[in-house]
Design a protein around this ligand. Structure first.
Ligand SMILES: C[S@@+](CC[C@H](N)C(=O)[O-])C[C@H]1O[C@@H](n2cnc3c(N)ncnc32)[C@H](O)[C@@H]1O
Length: 262
C-alpha cells in the first residue's frame, strides 16, 4: 500500500471528508454534467473517499449504467447502497483498473501520489474511445494573495512542508498538457476558488486538515507554534476573510476509434 498522509483511520478524517464533499461536490457535479453524463454510462471513480460523487454518479447513470467506486481504503465506501454501484479496493498506482469506461474521474487524489503523471496515463488508458476523463485537483496559486502576513507565511510553510512530503499543490495547472500530449482532445480546464470567512465550512475543513497534520508540520520547523496559533485563530474568526486554493477541474475526451473528436 503506498503511503498516504491523511489515512481514514485518523479520528478526524470522516468529518474532514464530509466537509470536503459539501465544499466540492457542487462544482464537480456541474463539471461532470457538462460532459453530457447520462443514462447507461459506465463510470470509474478512483480515490473515492466517502463516495458522495460515486453515489451521485450512480443516480445519474440509472439502472442501465454502472459505477465502480474505488479507493486504497474502502472503509468509508461500505455504506454506499445502489444496485448499479460496485465498491473495489484499488491502489491506483498498480492495480488493474478495468477498461472501456465512458467516464474515469478522480478528485483530490493525484497531488498526493509521487508517480502522479504515470497514474494519469493509466487513468486515460481506462477510458473507452469517445469517452471522458475528469480530474479535479488543487492549485494553490491564490492562497498567498492575502492581506494577512501571518496567513501568507503559514501557507508558505505548509506548501514547503507538503513539497518535502512529495505533494504537488500546484498540479491543477499540469494536467492539461499531459492529457494533450497523450492524444486526448476537447480539453477544458476550469478552476474555482472562494473567498472564505473564518468559522465557515471551508475554514473548518482546513482547520481539520491542519489538526491531522499538526505534529509533523510543527516538527519540521517550517511553521512556528506562534504562527500556527495565530493562523488557526484567524480561521476561527468570523471577521477574517481570505482566498482558498483553487480546485481545478480538467476534462478531456478520448478520440473515437476512427480518430475523430466530438
Ligand atoms: C483527499 S482524499 C479525497 C477523497 C475524495 N476523492 C474527495 O474528493 O472527497 C484522497 C483519497 O485518495 C485515496 N488514496 C490515496 N492514495 C491512493 C492510491 N494509491 N490509490 C487509490 N486511492 C488512494 C485516499 O484513501 C483518500 O480517500
Amino acid at each position: 500500500m503506498s503511503h498516504y498522509i491523511l489515512p481514514h483511520s485518523d479520528p478526524l478524517e470522516d468529518d474532514r471528508l464530509a466537509l470536503m464533499s459539501k465544499m466540492l461536490d457542487p462544482h464537480m457535479r456541474f463539471r461532470l454534467s457538462q460532459l453530457g453524463l447520462g443514462e447507461g454510462w459506465r463510470c470509474l471513480e478512483v480515490g473515492a473517499g466517502n463516495g458522495t460523487i460515486s453515489q451521485w454518479l450512480a443516480d445519474q447513470v440509472g439502472p442501465t449504467g454502472h459505477v465502480t467506486a474505488t479507493d486504497i481504503d474502502t472503509a468509508f465506501l461500505g455504506k454506499l447502497a445502489r444496485d448499479n454501484l460496485e465498491v473495489r479496493q484499488i491502489d491506483v498506482t498498480k492495480d488493474p483498473l478495468g477498461k472501456d469506461y465512458d467516464l474515469v474521474c478522480a478528485r483530490a487524489l493525484l497531488h498526493h501520489i509521487p508517480d502522479r503523471l504515470d497514474v494519469v496515463a493509466r487513468l486515460a488508458a481506462a477510458v473507452k474511445p469517445g469517452g471522458f476523463i475528469l480530474l479535479e485537483e488543487p492549485d494553490f496559486h491564490p492562497v498567498e494573495d492575502t492581506d494577512s502576513p501571518a496567513v501568507r507565511d503559514f501557507w508558505r510553510g505548509f506548501i514547503a512542508w507538503a513539497a518535502n512530503c512529495g505533494i504537488d499543490y500546484f498540479i491543477g495547472r499540469r494536467l492539461a498538457p499531459v492529457l494533450s500530449k497523450s492524444g486526448m482532445t476537447d480539453i477544458g480546464v476550469h478552476g474555482e476558488t472562494i473567498l472564505f470567512q473564518g468559522g465557515s465550512l471551508c475554514a473548518r475543513y482546513w482547520t481539520l486538515t491542519f489538526e491531522e497534520l499538526r505534529e509533523p508540520i510543527l516538527a519540521s520547523g517550517l511553521i512556528t507554534p506562534t504562527l500556527w496559533n495565530e493562523t488557526l485563530a484567524l480561521f476561527g474568526n468570523a471577521e477574517f476573510w481570505t482566498w482558498q486554493n483553487s480546485f481545478v477541474a480538467t476534462s478531456a475526451r478520448k478520440p473515437d476509434a476512427d480518430g475523430a473528436a466530438a
